[in-house]
Design a protein around this ligand. Structure first.
Ligand SMILES: Cc1cc2nc3c(=O)[nH]c(=O)nc-3n(C[C@H](O)[C@H](O)[C@H](O)COP(=O)(O)OP(=O)(O)OC[C@H]3O[C@@H](n4cnc5c(N)ncnc54)[C@H](O)[C@@H]3O)c2cc1C
Length: 410
């Protein structure tokens, strides 16, 4: 069912609540944890037609949008004002879906995830009531922070019908580099050293040789099939080149075999496009297989250890899969590809559990950016302990009939 207005959303929620019919919001459906899938049937409420950019306030660096606005279209419009909304999952997703998942992506290392940008929202509650939370001020200490309660709620607490975002200015200088290493530990150590040196890359992505091989095949590239870092720096002056040079020194101190600096815009766009297609590249390299996508994040100093845990777990169970991700934030993904058999699934689950429970032990999280959806539910108790019970209480308070996206998070 398509919603066209806040009133539509309110009416349908009121009806579903009275009839106890499950209702699941849908943005663009690009989630990786089945977050918008109506597993108990009922209404799938598609917000993609509520896609108006309602107000651009360049002098306040703010924009007010309906939830169905697509990220790339928003940034195209904002660029005319020298502004942009930085979180970038790479997929053609909606702002509503990004807020509901607290999406992050490659630039979050410099700019932070979606939750850093949402300042005001209109939300329709399960009973159809419409509320407004937040303000247009850049800071507020006024009462409980309901805006941040709704961010990351994956459609389980209310439906967002208007969102006000703060924005960033487009940088004048953008420069990128790639660095390849003989072995993965040298690459992950480099990531830690770059971050500990206080450098502030706009992207610092790790790709293992499996990922590089898959994207070479998928995008017809010829990157060296070695552990590789993609780096990008953004700024308004000479600091960009200085940062790239300092990064080069750190890379070379860790046995970097190829540091390609200040690659041209076309090449840079090609590399980022390839990085954004890594998920599809790996799927294409594993026809007929199923996959679990790991999305752990750990404190940066534990990144090398965590990547080794993942590599060992895959090898011990005879599985292959790409290891890649937003390493500068301590967030990485493992695509655990497995045969669609009971044995294959059991092995993949064991590998997944080994990686995620270790990340939680190290003070990390089961999901750095994809959300809980269905796939991460069984880690929630271990990660949150008693706080998980409080989350359930909040859910009961806001959605006593359990109609909003049932079967997700809990
Ligand atoms: C190739 C690929 C790469 C990706 N890379 C990244 C990445 O690097 N980083 C990252 O963070 N994510 C990544 N993702 C995941 C995904 O793109 C993001 O989670 C995105 O924010 C989902 O937005 P969507 O519009 O597709 O939402 P959907 O998938 O449609 O929905 C997401 C959740 O939001 C809820 N929802 C949607 N609209 C509303 C609303 N108006 N009100 C309340 N709830 C709502 C849904 O019920 C669901 O729970 C990737 C996905 C793909 C396919």
């Amino acid at each position: 069912m398509y919603a066209h207005s806040t009133e539509d959303v309110s009416k349908v929620l009121r009806f579903c609540n009275a009839q106890k019919i499950p209702i699941t919001p849908w943005g663009a459906g690009t989630s990786l944890e089945a977050n918008p899938v109506s597993i108990y049937g009922g209404v799938c409420l598609d917000l993609s037609r509520m896609n108006a950019i309602l107000e651009i306030r360049p002098r306040d660096l703010q924009v007010r949008v309906q939830p169905g606005v697509v990220l790339q279209e928003l940034n195209k419009r904002l660029s005319k004002h020298g502004l942009f909304f930085p979180p970038d999952p790479g997929a053609p997703c909606t702002i509503g879906g990004m807020v509901a998942n607290n999406a992050a992506g490659i630039q979050a290392i410099k700019y932070g995830p979606t939750k850093n940008y949402v300042i005001r929202m209109e939300v329709v509650l399960a009973n159809g009531d419409v509320i407004h939370c937040g303000t247009n001020a850049m800071r507020t200490s006024s009462g409980y922070d309901l805006v941040h309660l709704f961010i990351g709620s994956e459609g389980t607490l209310g439906v967002f019908t208007e969102i006000t975002l703060k924005l960033a200015g487009l940088p004048r200088e953008v420069s990128a580099a790639t660095a390849s290493f003989p072995e993965i530990p040298q690459a992950t150590k480099t990531v830690v050293e770059i971050m500990q040196a206080g450098l502030s890359p706009a992207a610092l992505e790790l790709m293992d040789p499996v990922t590089v091989r898959d994207i070479n095949a998928f995008k017809n590239l010829s990157l060296p099939e070695l552990p590789t870092l993609f780096l990008e720096f953004r700024g308004n002056g000479s600091e960009v080149m200085e940062d790239l040079q300092l990064t080069q020194e750190i890379c070379e101190g860790n046995d970097c075999k190829g540091y390609q600096i200040a690659i041209g815009r076309e090449e840079r766009d090609r590399l980022w496009e390839a990085r954004h297609h890594a998920f599809y590249a790996s799927a294409a390299a594993n026809p007929g297989k199923r996959a679990i996508v790991v999305d752990v994040a750990v404190p940066i100093s534990r990144l090398p250890e965590m990547v080794e845990v993942a590599r060992r777990a895959l090898a011990e169970h005879g599985l292959q899969g790409p290891i890649l991700g937003h390493a500068g934030d301590g967030n990485f993904h493992v695509g655990i590809f497995y045969d669609d058999t009971q044995e294959g699934k059991a092995k993949a689950n064991t590998v997944n559990n080994t990686i995620v429970f270790r990340a939680i032990e190290l003070g990390g999280t089961a999901t750095g950016e994809h959300g809980v959806g269905m796939g991460k539910i069984h880690f929630m108790q271990a990660e949150h302990g008693k706080s998980y019970e409080l989350m359930k209480e909040i859910k009961r308070l806001l959605d006593p009939n359990g109609i909003l996206n049932p079967g997700k998070i809990f």
